[in-house]
Design a binder for this molecule. Sequence first.
Ligand code: GBH
Length: 491
Amino acid sequence: LPATSPTGDVAFPPGFLWGTATAAFQIEGATREGGRTDSIWDTFARIPGAVTGGDDGTVACDHYHRYRDDVALMRSLNLGAYRFSTSWARVRPDGGAPNPQGLAFYDRLVDELLDVGILPWVTLYHWDLPQAVEDAGGWPVRDTAYRFADYAMTVHDALHDRVRVWTTLNEPWCSSFLSYTGGEHAPGRTSRHDGVAAAHHLLLGHGLAAAAIQEVDPAAVVGLTVNLTVADPADPSNPDDVAAAAKHDGLFNRMFLDPVLRGDYPADVRDWVAPYGLDDLIHDGDLAIISTPLDALGVNYYNGSCIAATPPAVVDEAVTDRPDGVRDDDDAPVRATLPPTPSPEGVHHHARGLPRTAMGWEVQPEGLTRLLTRVHRDYTGPRGMALYVTENGAAYDDVPDADGFVDDAADRLAYLDAHLRAVKDAIDAGADVRGYFAWSLLDNFEWAHGYSKRFGIVRTDYETQRRTIKASGRWYAEVARTGVVPGREES
Ligand code: GBH
């Protein structure tokens, strides 16, 4: 049971890191400037129907030109750290030779951050593979892992004198299964073979890059960020549901955690993906590379999952009356199944009456406590590794006032408040969680949803590029300043 009061003040340990996160493709824009070439997301966005509203990343938040103002904004939010990603297609256009202009952008950004005392937290890959590397086979091809490690060292060479924290990949589940099997993300392929091959090669690329950075830079803090969930059986007394939940846990969580932190794919996962060729993909020595000891693990958490062995029988009440009162922008019927991920056979997502965000994702803060406690117990604790929540946040249908101000106290602020309390519960239970990054600093390009979904604690006006701090942003600035999640009025 959660120890933290649901309403009182909650003080975090001294030195706890408070940050926000973004990703290159989601905010930079300037896709054709400074020598940058197409990434798979530029190409994917041109496919009719792939991205809501036909949106693309051409302008995004224009952060490439406005980074100075954005860093000043971060400073006004009292942030201690900023998690951003570098664009492979900017740093090594077409996956080829290093591009001084591309590197110079990140150089300026890092200097600007350091000038105001914000820790730069660099992620080397947040889904924007150069299109030329995709044309050569993409992540399903082994060579991509080596090309990634090369690119990683190009960024490291340029920034290592000022950047200490390096994350190799963001959410390899998304850049494998969601992208090569689910077809929902670039490059939009729909092959189980390709998803499994992409997953293994992403992990290999992670290990190669992590080891290479550590070799030349022993003081570096090197990590990986994974997206994890808590898979609860819909009916805990039904063995089929329990098995289905274990399968979801295996293919979503353990397939990525185990090779990295325990040196092998779990036996059940190996069996499930054997038909898609995993065994042939694993060369001698791969698992030793993939399990290169890390300094930090980043956990991204948005929602829990309720899993059954059979599809839900009835269409959700929420079709007409969603618990959070929010409707999808496209007025599509909201089904009892939560958004379809490339679910393996016999794994079905059910709704369980929890409130949902504008993404349709359930809000389950208590799952974050269980997740962090479990990851500490089973994976990072025994290795003495630090844990960070590298993303957590929510999209809601914001209604700005005439000044562009969004009062999101009742939804986004409440979401962040509940999840921070859940993080503190995990710390109190012994998990070594040392920081938290709110997703996201700004409303930005929400992948296949384009600009229709807003996760920012700061509003982006896409007409004027004006930034306006939301109620959640004002609140988070106080949390970051004091290290205390303030008590809430009992409602
Ligand atoms: C992150 O991905 C990304 O790193 C970030 O770029 C992005 O903007 C942000 O989240 C918001 O989407 O089937 O109901 O269980 C998160 C991706 C979200 C993928 C939850 C799996 C499962 C929903 N994950 N999702 S459900």
